[in-house]
Design a protein around this ligand. Structure first.
Ligand code: NAD
Length: 707
């Protein structure tokens, strides 16, 4: 298979990268490209070279699979291509359409000039995979735009739009359309090859590193030390960031070739690091999510109009999500005050976007118009999907669905945003259980990226396919779950909270437990999370499902009696004070520690010394054990699906890859031994994998096999 096409136009060799869909610069492509560049260099009839991408895009960068491939002596990488370009004395121009990311941008930076279409984005996103730009990016970008800007771009892995990129000096020319791109690049190449514009050959490698506007050379060590301070610690998700800063420091201190060698060494170190393996796992796990066995070639419907029932916290967020995706939505609530509040929330939300400069007044007005508040169910007759987000009560929900079933067109999909109730029971009051599905959003629905798609026993393949298509349109990361209590995420969080409560009863302060969770990388600990979501919510669930709640601390009941419902009442497991962190910062409360001690006494639990290590194990291994149950019960399809749910919905640190990946990292056997030691019932699957000395990663999709 060939990845490269060449063509000579007016003495300019046009080299087209063609590796669909995104022209990734794989080992195979590089192997083909190196001799082609060498031949162009040696050919006297070639005045200049233009790189361009097929498939409507320049290049999205390296092939992520290659990071885990052991190179052989014959392997050629994009670094070899770039070295060949660097050696040549011919003029090289990159003609960039849509994206030049990672290795794609690095190849362009090795060229003398860069021309791009106006819709182009450029960036070096390697940090998101726990890597650094390893094909010259850390050495060339600081030389081109200054170290400060370059560090900012690379440490955030952010993409820069064409106009900004031109202003920063990354791009030389921006053209309006893809049609004009190649001509502009050819004209530029010919002008420079003739040397009649005075530019000519322009290697970035020959420049000195600039620091930034108005900053003198003496400030280099300061910039580097500041950058190290700004990023998380090495063991808290900042491993790659520190190495990246080291690479930029090398750009200051070393001649270009030595800097390149240092960059390559640092890259190799990262490519073999645990955080990068974990982040690459997350990258692949995300791409697996929509692969659903049995979906066949079910054709999804288009969603052109939507409805939402309930204008509370969730309904309002869901309506905003639809509006932002360009899908008009009608919202119904039985309470006029709730509607008024929702209207204000929507208005405030869009006005905030205008203030932040993210949209114009007109755009905000248009978006606002696409959310229609009404009390007339007939407005929903034409809806392609209606999502119910009323109170968490089966009776109320059943009434709503019976009504919707009579009004919404027969092909319309009915969905519930329930957190804990049985989807099939709701579907049973309709005549279309095949068009019924759970769509479980997370709060705030317009911001949280996760969506659990819940398959009922009668949900059709087409409905499921439509739900996944809708998830994509709403820019959510959608994960499939079966209709089991708490689905994937909430079922796991119950065990996590239970483990935290048990630790507190053993005399460990909630503050310390939360601190251990945060040190691991969670944005907040289990008690702060309980306070945020509401103690009453956990209490209601415990009442409804005593089987699931078994073993949880009774402190929850006591808190509800005391009306300490969490952040919303300025007291829960912690106290809150308006003057401390705007009322969101937890403050330790000895009263609550005493309450845990009382409960412990009642249950005959003696206080004991517990290490931070054990605290972490009990929190995270509780998640792993439950995850193993969910896999075995078929609630979650793959270990990676669970990892995604926990990272995107509950803030599990991505550099640990999610709970199931973490289990593999520390050893499933070790996790199993500890689960037994803690006196928990180990999931049979956990036991099976431990006994086989296997890993979760080795489970094949849909079938549970030994590693
Ligand atoms: P909420 O109390 O904020 O809002 C519920 C709204 O439904 C209220 O405005 C109420 O007036 C309205 N309502 C009640 N009965 C109605 C009816 N028959 N017809 C029309 N409107 C009616 O609740 P919420 O937090 O938005 O939760 C809604 C649903 O979403 C629940 O099923 C809940 O379990 C689920 N959920 C909540 C969260 C969360 O964190 N809040 C997260 C995921 C899912």
């Amino acid at each position: 298979m060939s990845f490269i096409r060449t063509e000579d136009r007016d003495g300019v060799r046009v080299i087209t990268l063609d590796n669909p869909p995104v022209n990734s610069l794989s080992f195979a492509l590089s192997g083909e490209l190196v001799p082609i560049v060498e031949a162009a260099d040696k050919d006297d009839s070639v005045k200049a070279v233009v790189f361009v991408g097929a498939n409507g895009i320049f290049s999205a960068g390296a092939d992520v699979n290659d990071f885990s491939t052991e190179p052989t002596p014959e392997t050629r990488t994009i670094r070899d291509v770039i070295a060949t370009v660097e050696r040549s004395n011919k003029i090289f121009v990159a003609a960039i359409q849509k994206n030049a990311l990672g290795g794609g941008l690095e190849l362009s930076l090795a060229c003398d000039y860069r021309v791009a279409t106006a819709d182009t984005k450029v960036g070096l996103p390697e940090i998101k995979l726990g890597l650094l730009p390893g094909a010259g990016g850390t050495q060339r970008l600081p030389r081109l735009i200054g170290a400060q800007d370059a560090l900012d771009m690379m440490l955030k892995g952010k993409n820069v739009k064409a106009a900004d990129a031109k202003e920063k000096g990354i791009l030389d020319e921006v053209v309006d359309s893809a049609d004009a791109l190649l001509d502009a690049a050819l004209a530029l190449a010919l002008r420079q090859a003739k040397g009649d514009t005075g530019g000519g050959k322009r290697r970035i490698s020959r420049r000195k590193v600039e620091l930034g506007k108005g900053i003198t050379a003496q400030a280099a060590p300061f910039i580097v030390s500041q950058a190290h301070k700004m990023v998380p610690a090495e063991d808290a998700g900042g491993f790659a960031a520190h190495k990246l800063i080291d690479a930029v420091e090398a750009a200051f201190e070393l001649p270009f070739d030595f800097g390149i060698a240092r960059e390559a060494r640092l890259f190799e170190e990262l490519a073999r690091s645990a955080p990068s393996f974990a982040l690459r796992h997350v990258f692949f796990a995300e791409r697996e999510l929509a692969k659903i066995p049995g979906l066949g070639d079910a054709k999804p419907h288009d969603i052109k109009r939507a409805g939402v029932i309930g204008a509370g916290t969730m309904g309002t967020g869901i309506a905003i999500t639809f509006a932002q995706a360009g899908i008009p939505v009608a919202v119904i609530d039985s309470n006029a005050d709730a509607v008024e509040k929702a209207r204000q929330t929507v208005f405030g939300m869009f006005m905030y976007q205008v203030q932040k400069g993210r949209m114009t007044q007109e755009e905000a007005w248009k978006l606002g118009q696409s959310i229609q508040f009404t009390d007339d169910y007939n407005e929903l007759a034409d809806a392609d999907v209606v999502i119910e987000a009323v109170f968490e009560s089966m009776d109320v929900k059943k009434q709503v669905f019976a009504k919707l079933d009579a009004i919404v067109k027969p092909e319309g999909i009915l969905a519930s945003n329930t957190s804990t109730l049985d989807i099939d029971e709701m579907a049973s009051v309709t005549k279309r259980p095949d068009k019924f599905v759970g769509l479980h959003f997370f709060v705030p629905a317009n911001i949280m990226p996760l969506l659990e798609i819940v398959r009922g026993k009668d949900t059709s393949a087409q409905t499921l396919a439509t739900a996944f298509k809708l998830g994509k349109a709403l820019r959510k990361t959608a994960v499939l779950s079966t209709n089991a209590f708490g689905f994937i995420g909430n079922r796991m969080v119950f065990d996590y909270a239970k483990a935290a409560g048990a630790l507190a009863e053993e005399g460990i302060s909630p503050m310390r437990i939360d601190r251990v969770a945060k040190k691991f990388g969670f944005p907040m600990g289990p008690f702060a999370m309980g306070d945020l979501s509401g103690i009453d919510v956990a209490w209601h669930i415990a009442k409804a499902r005593p089987d699931v709640a078994k073993g949880r601390t009774d402190v929850i009941d006591r808190l509800v009696e005391m009306k300490r419902l969490g952040q919303k009442t300025m007291a829960g497991y912690f106290k809150y004070d308006k003057s401390v962190g705007k009322g969101r910062e937890p403050i330790a409360d000895p009263e609550i520690e005493a309450l845990f001690a009382e409960e412990a006494k009642k249950h005959g639990v003696a206080p004991r010394e517990v290490s931070d290590e054990e605290i972490l194990q009990r929190l995270v291994f509780a998640l792993i054990n439950r995850g193993a149950y969910l896999l075995e019960e078929g609630v979650a399809l793959r270990p990676g699906d669970i990892d995604i749910v926990y990272i995107f919905g509950y803030g599990f640190p991505p550099h640990h890859g999610g709970p199931m990946w973490y289990a593999d990292e520390v050893g499933v056997k070790h996790v199993y031994d500890k689960v037994v030691e803690f006196g928990w019932e180990p999931a049979p699957l956990l036991k099976k994998i431990a006994e086989a000395n296997g890993t979760f990663a080795a489970l094949k999709q849909g079938e549970l096999v030994n590693a």
